[in-house]
Unconditional design. Structure first.
Lengths: 320, 320
DNA sequence: CTGAAAGCGCTTACAG
DNA sequence: CTGAAAGCGCTTACAG
């Protein structure tokens, strides 16, 4: 049809007919069917991101970045929730989300559910993974992105050590692996400085889980510095410290991860590591485009490197 | 084809051939094309939600509810970002998102961009709107959902008044209308009690905007109670009060809106109105299903009514 | 510059 | 119970 040509801005249509067709389109309120177009073109115009709880800041911000880049590229984004790490649930998600005509999937593999989903993606569909850590020894068949959490954790830990703290305790978010990038960075900084290496204490993602994890630490006067797996945990930790009568930062220093918009308004304002999740999301889309259309070099990452933002929850180690 | 019958669990296939086909499907790793299926069936299996910034808690939680209900109904959810209220941007979003074969759209019309998008949805495509307020006088051609923000604001305001505060100040989130539901409820409660009605002070959605809006209020000893448009704003307000040396709740009471997971860990823990955004999201999907398949009564809403959660930021008015 | 033909991968009647 | 035919609404060569 000629109308196909005009809605696609193809050349080879006279100005007169183009105007005529445009007029009729307007008049009939015609809109092409995306579905039919995809089927005939044989390529989808959507990218699906598989993730767990998008109410968590990191995932929401990454999603925002994905949406932005996808929109610029003319792609729709469908969101595929991973609500459980159980194999059956993961399989159901894959079956639901991965059809072969899909435009590709971005999986946020920061937790067990994500990692399992990643492994279960059927071959042939374009995929890029946002990992906790870019382990280059592990040669994968799909491209990956990651923020440098290891370096970030090491930096934060080193900062605390320089402040004179004997060691730094860590309250960890759940990880996709036995030892997350943040844990690794924290541990290696401790080792490098010859500081004692405490057990990391496990928490979830929420302020409540941070609060619960921190109660034991708060009771121990020996702990004077705690690095939290994210800012929400840090909020819970601050609450636990307050309850225990531990002044921050005079009695104990607290550092977070993420730099959520609220962090600067915590009491006290939180020292934290800023992570560019939105940039990471844009990088995922760029990489996915590259997978779908190879040729040309891989795109350069745009995500900003992690950066320690010093505010008011950190200070010199207390003198006994 | 017979395989169509087996992948759709249609009756009238012998067990033998069914098993045979299933075997081959497994072997070839065959997956049906969602796109082809939609085209032939003439009905889409996706619902798109149009919203601005999904990093904001209410939207993220509603999206979560939508996803959950959509998944249960076998629908995919595509997210359509409204990044600006400018008419051109809204039109672009509509053109991008609303094709006639779409399965329907849920628009979050809590802000100007959303309201404009709602108006611009082309006829013929199923739509349900999440509104700030369910104004029944306004007879619309599409179903709407809303939390009862007006009652919620009135309740919170009444609670503060009972505590002995002379009046209650309000820091408002942006609204889709001149006078939002929260503002209306706040104002009417004040009037009903014969209390003075101050100007509402305008803010954004973030802690920073709350902080900035609160600085003037903090300086005024006459203000002893402030109702915040959301919890993030309340966080900024708490910060401003701290900076101004106003003790909470002894010198000034603060109430939020939403009950985000962090609210219970603010310093002090925040008194706020809990809003069931996820339930609202599920209601949107149920309503959309009803639009697509009328027949039968409209579904009953499941979203919990707003509820005041009293914590530690509210107390009796200070005595002069 | 414009139109008729075939095909994308399914599903839905309709025959066997 | 199973298969051949037509069609969903586009696009992509191919003719005029």
């Amino acid at each position: 049809m000629t109308v196909s040509r005009v809605i696609n801005d193809s050349p080879g249509v006279s100005d007169a007919t183009r105007r005529h067709v445009l007029g009729i389109i307007e008049e009939m309120n015609f809109r092409p069917s995306r579905v039919a177009r995809e089927l005939s073109r044989g390529r989808s115009t959507s990218v699906t991101v598989m993730t767990s709880d998008t109410t968590l800041y990191g995932r929401a911000a990454l999603l925002q970045g994905v949406e932005e880049a996808a929109r610029a590229a003319g792609l729709q984004v469908v969101i595929g929730m991973l609500d459980s790490p159980r194999p059956a649930a993961v399989k159901a998600a894959i079956d639901r989300l991965c059809d072969p005509t899909s435009g590709g999937v971005i999986v946020i593999a920061w937790d067990v559910a994500g990692v399992r989903a990643l492994r279960a993606i059927p071959p042939g569909i374009p995929v890029v993974a946002a990992l906790e850590i870019n382990d280059t020894r592990d040669s994968r068949e799909y491209p990956t992105t990651a923020l440098d959490d290891r370096a970030a954790a090491a930096t934060a830990t080193g900062y605390l050590l320089e402040l004179g703290h004997r060691t730094v305790h860590h309250i960890a978010v759940p990880s996709s692996t036995r030892s997350s990038a943040r844990v690794q960075g924290w541990r290696s900084a401790l080792r490098a400085a010859g500081a004692p290496v405490p057990e990391a204490v496990a928490a979830g993602w929420t302020p409540r889980s941070g609060y619960e994890a921190a109660r034991q630490l708060a009771a121990d006067r020996e702990v004077t510095a705690v690095l939290c797996g994210n800012d929400d945990i840090a909020l819970g930790v601050l609450h636990a410290m307050r309850e225990a009568g531990r002044a921050v930062p005079d009695s104990v220093s607290v550092v977070g991860f993420d730099d959520i918009p609220a962090a600067a308004f915590f009491a006290p304002p939180l020292t934290t590591v800023r992570l560019d999740f939105a940039g990471l999301g844009r990088d995922c889309v760029a990489l996915l485009q590259h997978v779908r259309d190879p040729g040309g070099a891989a795109p350069d990452p745009v995500a900003a490197p992690p950066r320690l933002v010093v505010r008011d929850t950190t200070g010199p180690a207390p003198r006994h």
